[in-house]
Design a protein around this ligand. Sequence first.
Ligand code: SF4
Ligand code: FES
Length: 322
Amino acid sequence: MFKVTIDNITVEVEPGTTILQAARQIGGEVVPPAMCYYSKLKGSGGKCRTCLVKVAQGSAADPRPMPKLVASCSTPVQDGMVVQNITSPEVIEARKAIVEFLLINHPLDCPVCDQAGECDLQDLSFKHGMEETRYVEEKREFDIVDIGDKIKLHMNRCILCYRCVYTADQIAGKRVHGVMYRGDTAEISTLINESINSNFSGNVIDVCPVGALTDKTFRFKSRVWFLNPMNAHRNCPSCSGKVTAWMFGNEIYRVTARKDTYGEVEEFICDECRFEKKNKSDWTIEGPRHIERNSVISANHYEKSKKPSIIKPLEEKTEAPE
Ligand code: SF4
Ligand code: FES
């Protein structure tokens, strides 16, 4: 096992583990944000640079620091490595610059974007972004296109993280879209606007960190923070049938895969579960889903509002002061 220290916390990990995965084993604030890396998708990572960290000591054998900040999602740990994330002002400054860079071409669509409230870029900007933009040049603009009858592509919002491309390759079986062209003309496209029609194609919506790929069956129906996410399951012949049903009263507004604390789906789901099963009777509703992610969808959540707000639990009252 390799010993690695991240923000003064030491953890033992298997050789081959990346710095980001090691940080996730520690958890909490130490974990760098990730906009393109996705643990369930092979080859993902190394595109967005949001996960940059400082390697203050390369290894026990060679304690020299690495000369530049490194992408934690694609840099494997060495034994005795010392890493700084939130304890490095250089990293915080660089992250601010990366957010600014990602926002260069990203429109201020949040008030009308379906992803608002669960958008990784929105959360990242909230935490690390600047109040004002310095960008005065024109942004790239694309027409909004349908890829298939259930998915809308807003290329203007895409940050070219490649997650949807890997998902289509590795989960949906057949990829009919990808990143076309290069540099500032790069875009996600299906070439001649072909549709994505595998039974697992809807997963591209869940992996998209921004609102570039949205669910046409849910578009403009509600802001996500008005809905109650419920764990639900059904007997599905194609996937596990374990989903999050986003409900308003007794109505199911949308169905997504269940996401973990890092916003990654736990199990990919099929399009039938996602798009076709919108009746409460289609599902066994298990109960409220606890949203662990630090986002507006976990704030003021109805799960919490059930607790009495004035009367504190007994053990909290009797706790000895530290
Ligand atoms: S459409 Fe979304 S998932 Fe696909 S590359 Fe763009 S940002 Fe990433
Ligand atoms: S998450 Fe590491 S480069 Fe994007």
